[in-house]
Ligand binder design. Sequence first.
Ligand code: GAR
Length: 199
Amino acid sequence: MDGRIAVLASGVGSNLQALIDDQFCGQRIALVVSDQPNARALERARDARIETAVVEFGSFPDREAFSAAIVEILVAHEITHVALAGFMRILSPAFVEAFQGRILNVHPSLLPAFPGANAVQAALDHGVKVTGVTVHLVTAELDGGPIVLQEAIPILRYDNADALEVRINELEHRLFRVALRVLIQGRIQVHGRRAMIEE
Ligand code: GAR
């Protein structure tokens, strides 16, 4: 089968679950890696009988060594594609190079607005009327790679972070698996900053 996916996740893992439940992606997930030993995402992986690995940031002197340790595990598992599903660590340029064009990230805002952590709250605090979800290829620039899929969500008058996050998560679950599928099928063409999906 084409494509052996590693999913990297730090938290609850609802995006991981959406990938597991997807017919195309689910059967290709070979490994779940977390930097948090108690991440709910690891439990979800075990429930689905997917191999897991824990790589704690604090066990390494710097980001480079931390990222290199993950690359080593991914290579040992013959991973071809990497899905960042709520992975809250920045990976080194060497990591990005090792899987160039084959790393996908899901982000809870309309990038380039609100990159980094706490994007849902940042959008609310800023008072924007529209936010959304971005799925993009990962480059060395934080949350700056070519956008594969992006969809907007209106912010309602009495929204709070919890309510908005529910709608954002639902949209993430829908977009992430589609983007990962087309990536594995080799249907994403990148021209400069623009990523285009072949029909
Ligand atoms: C998701 O909303 C994802 O977009 C976000 O973390 C959440 C993880 O949820 N990622 C980032 O903010 C990355 N900058 P999950 O653990 O339920 O999939």
